[in-house]
Design a protein around this ligand. Structure first.
Ligand code: ATP
Length: 254
């Protein structure tokens, strides 16, 4: 059998280390993520979902356990070095794009994720048709704003651009941290559809945090419930298909 694309072995994190307030946030996470997995993650506020993404992304170091990428230990690899194989989209549309650069320039930058980036503007012209076609797949008019500064886009267009940028250079792992939560219901649904399309047709490996149980059930092949820093359930394949909102809701009680 192939190695998991990402594996977490007994991963633990602490906050307020060495003080009287020292607290364990992740309490021994064991998780094997296989190539092509699209995992939705749900859990109460404070369950540790963002902390899990921080520790996978490398902006928080694990205080115990191991993280392996294709079998290689990356537990101590920096956040910057992990961008060579990992991309993340945040809830805040402002976080994923450079506001003064145009849509096309941002996209060009994204083709160089994980490399020393300097823009060669002649490459803009060469890539414009491809970028415009890609922007059109987001179904929100982004393709008509290729030379607009990103700061002037609507929140929905900016977040769609962040998502596109995260996937332009194929990441081994894509982390979606409530990436539609700041959008209105219609815009959010549109981006979710585009997200699902790009992940499934591109066979990307993705983890998506959401507070919408319906969305967690609708999308992906796997669903994880995080509670109090631990994985309480991991539904795969058919077990996920027969899962209902009512059953899932039980994990949020008490
Ligand atoms: N730097 C920190 N210092 C102290 N406590 C922290 C720190 N970072 C996270 N925590 C605590 O760790 C717990 C988990 O936080 P985390 O943000 O991972 O939860 P979450 O599941 O993403 O929550 P939400 O759904 O509200 O976004 C929370 O109790 C939070 O207060």
């Amino acid at each position: 059998m192939n190695k998991p694309i990402l594996e977490l072995k007994n991963v633990q994190t602490l906050v307020n280390k060495g003080t009287a307030n020292q607290t364990k946030i992740l309490k021994g996470i064991n998780l094997q993520i296989n190539a092509g997995d699209f995992i939705t993650i749900v859990g109460t506020n404070g369950a540790g979902k963002s902390t899990l993404f921080n520790v996978i992304g490398g902006n928080l170091r694990a205080d115990g356990g191991q993280i392996l990428h294709n079998g290689q230990d990356i537990t101590r690899t920096s956040e910057e070095d992990r961008t060579a194989f990992l991309a993340r989209v945040f809830q805040d549309p402002k976080l994923g794009t450079a506001p003064r650069m145009t849509v096309a320039e941002n996209m060009l930058l994204a083709t160089k994720r994980g490399e020393h980036r300097h823009l060669i503007f002649r490459q803009l012209k060469q890539n414009m048709a491809r970028f415009t076609k890609l922007a059109a797949t987001m179904n929100n008019g982004l393709e008509n704003r290729m030379t607009t500064a990103t700061g002037a886009l609507s929140g929905g267009q900016r977040q769609a651009l962040s998502f596109l940028m995260a996937t332009l250079k194929r990441p081994d792992i894509l982390l979606l941290d409530e990436h539609t939560a700041a959008l209105d219901p219609h815009t959010s649904l549109n981006l979710l559809h585009a997200t699902n399309e790009r992940i499934t047709t591109g066979h990307l490996t993705a983890l998506m945090i959401t507070h919408h149980l319906e969305d967690a059930l609708t999308y992906g092949n796997r669903l994880i419930v995080l509670k109090d820093g631990q994985i309480k359930a991991d539904f795969k394949g058919e077990a996920k298909q027969v899962l209902t909102v009512d059953k899932l809701y039980q994990y949020f009680e008490d």
